[in-house]
Design a binder for this molecule. Structure first.
Ligand SMILES: [Zn+2]
Length: 438
């Protein structure tokens, strides 16, 4: 009998392994942050023992959800400006507020709040772009959140940065400072092709590759961005990035709304993944990502919330429901994007996009123990015939009961273990008052 850190028993386990196995009455043994064994409960309990046993009798056990694009330090800007055009939203509201308020402490406090909210939404990994990203790294570490983080790189001064070099250097410093942190990876994240010169895009990509870091950027979120790119460079955004050597399988893009067939083929050929932000694109009326084309052309796609300032929540379960329904409707095809596929788009597919499919995205022996438990025994969740259908069309974040990241229990019965929620309320009220004075 081997002693382990945690045993989860009697669960309805959705593995998302290559065979998409489901284990009824399944169990997992967790040791040193990883999945040591998975199988039926009797089998696991014959071989493993633990003082920390989680009974999952009425629960769905699945890999933690991955949020492919966020700005969690914008939590305090939730609902700050809504119902306006993207450019005006950024230029007249968000950027001026950020210029005044975004300081190291603000980012740390907002990021802790954001991490707490992510955990309550069953999200165990994010890909996050913002300023003072080392503060976000500290907050994520305290909260226990797995995160790929990058300092937004722009041509003009932002936060404490006077130059794009300062933004790039800051991310490189983060990479060095957090290199032994199991939860944190730093990436280079040029904000977009409309805020970064060709030179800065090239330098960012080169620096990322010199330091074995991932690259992430917003791309083709609006039609205007494509029109402007054609005017400035004579080609569409994906071709433009390809022409400067930017694209590769270390690159992922957020949004990818206005991407034509040739661009989709190019993304597939270069191994670039797309993180689709359906609700944010709907709210800002940016358009509909060409999911059908992405699938036909073999582009890896995942779902993301974007920041709460534009979404205005961090529910990936909501994104799943909305994306599936909207794309069935616009394709006039109820068989399009079946639930099982949508669940893969928030687990194993984003893991592939971030080159982490050997570590996260499914429940398999040797992978990181990033696991969530959802309650089936609720009036609104009964009965259940198909677990994927349930996850996409029935369940909301309130069904997420327990969250484990890197083998550490961070939420138990919807109560956060590491974070004091009362403190978060007080801080949120304080910052709301400060922002309202503006
Ligand atoms: Zn964004």
């Amino acid at each position: 009998m081997q002693h382990t850190d945690i045993i989860i028993r009697n669960g309805y386990i959705v593995t998302i392994n290559p065979e998409m196995d489901i284990l009824e009455n399944g169990a997992l043994a967790i040791e040193k942050g990883k999945i040591l064994a998975i199988g039926n409960t009797e089998e696991i309990e014959k071989n493993y023992t633990s003082e920390n046993v989680i009974d999952a009798s009425s629960k769905i056990v699945m890999p933690g959800l991955i949020n492919g694009h966020s700005h969690i330090a914008m939590t305090y800007l939730r609902g700050y400006a809504d119902d306006i055009l993207l450019r005006a939203w950024l230029e007249d509201h968000i950027w001026p507020a950020e210029a005044r308020f975004v300081k190291a402490q603000f980012v740390y406090d907002a990021a802790i709040h954001g991490c707490a909210e992510l955990i309550k939404n069953g999200i165990t990994m994010i890909d996050d772009m913002y300023f003072y990203s080392k503060e976000t790294a500290r907050a994520a570490t305290k909260a226990g959140m797995r995160a790929i983080l990058g300092e937004g790189i722009l041509d003009f001064p932002m936060a404490f940065h006077k130059t794009p070099e300062s933004m790039i250097n800051y991310a490189l410093e983060g990479h060095e400072e957090f290199k032994d942190n199991e939860l944190i990876d730093f990436a280079l994240m040029p904000h977009s092709i409309y805020t970064c010169s060709k030179e800065n895009l090239i330098i960012a990509a080169e620096e990322a590759r010199a330091h074995d870091m991932l690259i992430h950027t917003h791309l083709s979120e609006t039609k205007k961005e494509v029109v402007d790119c054609l005017k400035a460079h004579g080609v569409r955004p994906v071709q433009y990035l390809d022409s400067i050597g930017f694209l590769g399988n270390d690159v992922s893009i957020a949004h990818g709304v206005w991407i034509d067939d040739d661009e989709q083929k190019l993304l597939a050929k270069k191994g670039v993944g797309v993180n689709i932000c359906t609700e944010c694109n709907l709210k800002l009326a940016s358009g509909f990502a060409p999911i059908k084309g992405y699938k036909e052309n073999g582009v890896t796609i995942s779902l993301a919330t974007d920041g709460v300032a534009s979404n205005n929540n961090l529910s990936i379960l909501d994104e799943m429901d909305m994306t599936s329904k909207v794309h069935k409707a616009i394709n006039n095809d109820p068989t399009f994007l079946p639930a099982e596929e949508v669940v893969r788009m928030v687990t194993i597919e984003p893991a592939k996009i971030f080159n982490k499919e050997d570590e996260v995205g499914s429940l398999e022996v040797g992978k990181k123990a990033d696991i969530i438990l959802l309650e089936r025994d609720k009036l609104e969740n009964m009965p259940m015939y198909n677990v994927y259908s349930h996850l996409v069309y029935t369940m909301h974040s309130e069904s997420v009961q327990d969250v484990i990241i890197n083998g550490k229990v961070l939420m138990r019965d919807r109560k956060l273990v590491e974070i004091d929620e009362d403190e978060l309320f007080e801080k949120a009220k304080y910052y709301q008052k400060e922002l309202q004075k503006n």
